[in-house]
Design a protein around this ligand. Structure first.
Ligand code: HEM
Length: 223
C-alpha cells in the first residue's frame, strides 16, 4: 500500500532535520574552530586557512550551510507566525520552552544575518570591511578588533547564548518528535542530558569568544 505524505508534514520534517544536520553539526565544528583562539592568533589564523583550503569550499558553504540555513530560517519564521503562545493560561516549563524556541529563532535570524555580513563578507557600514575568509592571515585581528567594542561583544554573547539554547532544546524536540525518546521517564532524562549538553556548549562558545579579547580565554592555562 502506498503511503501519501502531506506537503506540510514533509516540509516540517525537513525543517526539523536541517536543524540537527547540517546546522547543529556545523555549530559544533564552528565552536571547535573558534576555540583555536585559546592557543593564540597563529593557531586561529591557521584553522581559518585550513578551512578555506577545503576543495570546492564555496560549493560546500552554499550547499552545506547557506541553503539549509535559509530554508530552516524562513520556514521557522513561517512556523513562528502561526504560533499561538498560551503561557499565561498554562505556565508549564514545556509551554515556556515552546515560546522561547520561537523567540530565540527570531533573535538567531537577525544575529546570523549580522554575523555573516560582519565577518564572512565585511559588509556592515561603519564596521569591519574585510572578509575573514579572504584574509585568513588577519582573521584573529579582525575578530578581536570588533570584539573590543563592548556593544558588539554583547551582541555576540546574546547570539551565542540564543543559539546554544535553541540547539539544546531543539535536540530534545527532535528526539521526541522523531520517536527516539518515548515515554515520560526517557523524555525527562533526555531533558537533563540536553541541559548538561547546553551548559557545556555555552561555556565552550563563550570562552572561545573571550579568547579574542583576553589571551587564553577565561581561565588561561587550565582549560
Ligand atoms: C536562523 C534563524 C532560525 C529560525 C527563525 C529558527 C526557527 C525555529 C523554530 C520556530 C523551531 C521550532 C519548530 C517546531 O517546534 O516545530 C526550530 C527548531 C529547531 N531549530 Fe531552528 N531556527 C533558526 C536557526 C537555527 C540554527 C542556526 C540551528 C542550529 C544551530 C537550529 C536548530 C534547530 C533545531 C535542532 C530545532 C528542533 C527541530 C525540531 O523541532 O524537531 N535552528 N527552529
Amino acid at each position: 500500500m502506498a503511503i501519501r505524505l502531506s506537503r506540510t508534514f514533509v516540509l516540517r520534517k525537513l525543517h526539523q532535520l536541517t536543524g540537527i544536520m547540517p546546522l547543529g553539526f556545523f555549530l559544533l565544528e564552528h565552536f571547535y574552530t573558534n576555540s583555536k583562539a585559546l592557543n593564540g592568533p597563529a593557531d586561529f589564523n591557521n584553522a581559518v586557512k585550513d578551512l578555506q583550503s577545503i576543495p570546492y569550499i564555496l560549493l560546500v558553504e552554499i550547499g552545506g550551510i547557506f541553503i539549509p540555513l535559509i530554508y530552516h530560517a524562513v520556514y521557522g519564521l513561517v512556523i513562528t507566525a502561526e504560533a499561538r503562545p498560551n503561557n499565561l493560561a498554562y505556565p508549564y516549563p514545556r509551554n515556556w520552552f515552546y515560546t522561547i524556541q520561537r523567540i530565540t529563532g527570531i533573535i538567531l535570524f537577525f544575529f546570523i544575518t549580522f554575523h555573516v555580513l560582519n565577518f564572512r563578507f565585511g559588509m556592515i557600514p561603519g564596521l569591519n570591511t574585510l572578509s575573514v575568509a579572504r584574509h585568513p592571515d588577519q582573521s584573529f585581528a579582525i575578530v578581536s578588533g570588533e570584539f573590543a567594542k563592548w556593544w558588539i561583544f554583547t551582541i555576540y554573547v546574546v547570539g551565542i547564548t540564543s543559539t546554544v539554547w535553541h540547539l539544546a532544546n531543539g535536540i530534545w524536540l527532535f528526539m521526541v518528535d522523531w520517536g527516539i525518546t518515548i515515554g515520560e521517564r526517557a523524555q525527562r532524562l533526555t531533558g537533563y542530558a540536553c541541559i548538561a549538553f547546553g551548559l557545556l556548549l555555552l561555556a565552550v562558545g563563550i570562552n572561545a569568544a573571550i579568547a579574542f579579547i583576553k589571551p587564553g580565554g577565561l581561565i588561561p592555562g587550565i582549560l
